[in-house]
Design a protein around this ligand. Structure first.
Ligand SMILES: *[C@@H]1O[C@H](CO)[C@@H](O)[C@H](O)[C@H]1NC(C)=O
Ligand SMILES: *[C@@H]1O[C@H](CO)[C@@H](O)[C@H](O)[C@H]1NC(C)=O
Ligand SMILES: *[C@@H]1O[C@H](CO)[C@@H](O)[C@H](O)[C@H]1NC(C)=O
Length: 405
């Protein structure tokens, strides 16, 4: 989802003097080290060996429902993080999608905001300030781990908020689309990946490393993103062979991969214009599972099309024998959310072998009084969450752990 993060209003935290480390060491080829071999990976999630279209979670092959909570590592207050995690755990969620990026070009303009990295003309700096730096993501990862919850961590944003592609191109040159092939930008992006992956790679609280939130390259050949996704995912596997890697895309299809070309397309969902070919990217050996998102109204479709989109991605997952995840789906507050999303969830549970789905997004009122001001949030302790959250979690968990369609 885009355009949401800047809507979050936090109480402004007191800002200490920024402590940064200098530019990271140059990239070296990494092979699994002695440490890697000693990591106890028995509780790590992976693609199931018994049913390759599903995940093994806490040692068990199962379908699951999770939720997005992009803000968890950007909350300045420990108490807010603990409360949010407690509410998500009480809903039954075992997997959350949380932003693993936070980049600014000018730390002096980030008053009170949490950020993990600064990119500017003098270098690349990681923010070790305990009140607004990487310590905040450390706290979120630890809080999740305590509750047996795992995180999907996207390492970049397509959009400008909180560390997007343009925070790289602003410094390393070129435009958004050029990012994918800009050697300097890619070196800095990989240095950031290395920083995050090495920090948490022994943690069982990581579900997967994700290349980017909703990467697109409008007007580009699909090969641009496929090559980038292939290189980057292989790089992550070289740092950490034990966790899964996902792309984080919206799952755009092409006329070929969707089968019949619909004549009602208003969003380039089927034209390939976005430079993303879901099927081609899912075939990359170092991408463990497919992701797709769904905003039927923003994309110009009706609600019932949602089930078609789900079935189309399920069919491609089946053809490639990999899990697929409906990683974001949402309907604005004020509409009949149970009436619209219920049938999609029913499609996932009863008519497909989509391995997991993740609601956009979880909402709660934090002890500090702030909350994610997002029109799509489904709030803790509401009847809507009881149905679309808690009940759906149960339905997915109860589904027999075998992929049938
Ligand atoms: C770049 O950012 C770092 C960290 O915030 C800062 O110390 C440095 O002065 C900045 N350089 C420029 C040229 O603004
Ligand atoms: C929804 O849209 C699809 C095409 O996008 C169309 O085939 C279908 O008839 C529509 N359904 C309703 C209920 O309008
Ligand atoms: C849930 O909501 C009800 C009524 O709005 C309230 O009385 C109750 O304290 C809430 N429970 C929690 C745990 O927030």
């Amino acid at each position: 989802m885009y355009l949401l993060s800047q809507l979050l209003l936090f109480a402004v935290a007191a800002v200490d003097v920024l402590h940064v480390h200098g530019a990271p060491t140059p990239l070296e080829d990494s092979k699994p080290s002695e440490l890697d071999r000693r990591i106890d990976t028995t509780s790590f999630s992976r693609v199931s060996t018994t049913s390759k279209r599903l995940f093994q979670l806490a040692g068990k092959t199962q379908y699951f429902a999770g939720t997005n909570a992009w803000w968890l590592g950007h909350l300045p207050s420990n108490q807010d993080v603990d409360t949010a995690v407690a509410h998500m755990a009480a809903t039954g969620y075992k997997v959350l999608r949380v932003w693993g990026f936070g980049t600014t070009n000018d730390a002096s303009k980030s008053s009170g905001d949490v950020y993990y990295q600064v990119l500017n003309s003098s270098g690349q700096y990681f923010n070790y300030n305990p009140s607004n730096g990487i310590a905040r993501l450390d706290y979120a990862v630890a809080a999740a781990q305590k509750k047996g919850i795992q995180l999907i961590l996207p390492l970049l944003n397509n959009y400008d908020d909180l560390g997007g592609i343009n925070t790289y191109t602003n410094v390393y040159g070129g435009d958004h689309n050029g990012f994918y092939t800009n050697a300097k930008a890619q070196a800095a992006y990989k240095a950031y990946i290395k920083f995050i992956v090495n920090r948490y790679k022994s943690s069982p609280a990581i579900f997967s490393w994700e290349l980017c939130n909703e990467p697109v390259c409008p007007g580009c050949a699909a090969s641009v993103i496929t090559k980038w996704a292939s290189d980057t995912s292989a790089y992550i596997k070289s740092l950490d062979p034990h966790h899964m890697v996902s792309l984080g895309d919206e799952g755009w299809l092409t006329a070929t991969s969707a089968g019949t070309v619909p004549n009602y397309d208003q969003s380039h969902a089927y034209t390939g214009y976005n430079g993303v070919d879901f099927q081609r990217n899912l075939a990359i050996p170092t991408i463990d599972y497919g992701t797709f998102h769904m905003y039927y109204d923003l994309w110009g479709y009706n609600a019932s099309w949602g089930s078609t989109w789900i079935a189309q991605h399920n069919a491609i997952g089946k053809a490639l024998n990999k899990p697929v995840m409906l990683e974001e789906y949402a309907v604005k507050d004020g509409l009949d959310r149970v009436g619209i999303m219920g049938p999609w969830q029913e499609t996932v549970v009863k008519k497909t072998s989509v391995a997991a789905d993740m609601l956009w997004q979880f909402g709660t009122v934090f002890p500090s009084g702030s909350r994610p001001l997002d029109d799509y949030a489904v709030y803790w302790n509401t009847s809507t969450l009881a149905v679309l959250g808690a009940q759906h979690v149960k339905d997915m968990a109860a589904k027999a752990a075998v992929a049938t369609v």
